[in-house]
Design a binder for this molecule. Structure first.
Ligand code: MLT
Length: 264
């Protein structure tokens, strides 16, 4: 489906009925990241799954920012006449969820922060991202896919389920170069969301793959300690793309969370 929101044509899926559940994918993904959630949760929640600006079918000229992505998410909710949604963001999607909370918190019914971190980039991460921008400009999405695929997927999945690695690689390699560069620049510039954590007063579930090397368990624990009443789930045998690598386990904790806070 396509809807005009924030002055751009946003490609999105809108599947199921019930409590609105807005999914925000990571970098450099597309809404396809959330396919395992759509098929499992569509019978109990209204799953709204956009391609973020610059990714999948949603084209938009750079520059981007976390604030802009979060304004896009609020505008999408407006366009679909949804007042509040449970917001589930993975990695960069989590960075956007923090911005959404800062700028549009009345739209956030509950938060799911998956394989993400609150802190801003340190100098070495900024330098790596700057190199990745140069590689994307020179060699396209394949250079980014090659540099990212190992960190994106956990060791157990790489050993036991190579077809999932191939599926993820296909997603990374098909990301538009402009979207990749826009998102890398936006991540470099994003603020530290650590001070935001103490302001979060909606039900919050934090999920992290035990083998996540990009946003490891210690980042999840920091968020868990700083967000009052939050729940932390560590998924065994999953890496950074925990929802994709262990969909049944991810869907189980997400469903339990929704039930516990009486959202489904
Ligand atoms: C993501 O999956 O969105 C990225 O790993 C986030 C990042 O590079 O910080």
């Amino acid at each position: 489906m396509i809807v005009r929101a924030s002055g751009i044509d946003v490609v999105y899926d809108d599947v199921g009925t019930g409590e609105p559940l807005l999914f925000l994918h990571g970098f450099p993904h597309s809404r396809a990241l959330w396919t395992p959630q759509l098929t499992a949760l569509g019978d109990r929640a209204r799953c709204i799954v956009p391609d973020l600006r610059g990714f999948g079918g949603t084209s938009a000229a750079a520059p981007y920012s976390m604030d802009q992505y979060s304004d896009d998410a609020a505008a999408l909710l407006d366009a679909l006449h949804i007042e509040r949604a449970v917001v589930c963001g993975l990695s960069m999607g989590g960075y956007i969820a923090f911005a959404l909370w800062r700028r549009h918190r009345s739209r956030v019914r509950a938060l799911v922060l998956a394989d993400t971190r609150a802190s801003a980039d340190d100098e070495s991460t900024r330098a790596k991202r700057t190199e990745l921008i140069a590689a994307a400009r020179a060699h396209g999405a394949r250079a980014v896919a090659d540099a990212s695929i190992t960190g994106m997927i956990g060791r157990s999945t790489r050993d036991k389920n190579p077809s999932l690695v191939d599926g993820m690689y296909d997603m990374l390699v098909s990301a538009p170069v402009d979207g990749i560069i826009g998102a890398l620049e936006a991540m470099i510039a994003r603020p530290d969301s650590t001070p935001t954590l103490a302001t979060i007063d909606v039900p919050t579930l934090i999920i992290v793959g035990e083998e996540d090397v990009l946003t490891p368990e210690r980042d999840a624990r920091l968020m868990h300690h700083a967000i009052a009443g939050s729940r932390l789930e560590v998924l065994e045998g999953a890496g950074h793309a925990s929802n994709y690598e262990r969909p049944a386990a991810f869907n189980h904790v997400l469903s339990e969370f929704l039930a516990a806070v009486s959202l489904c």
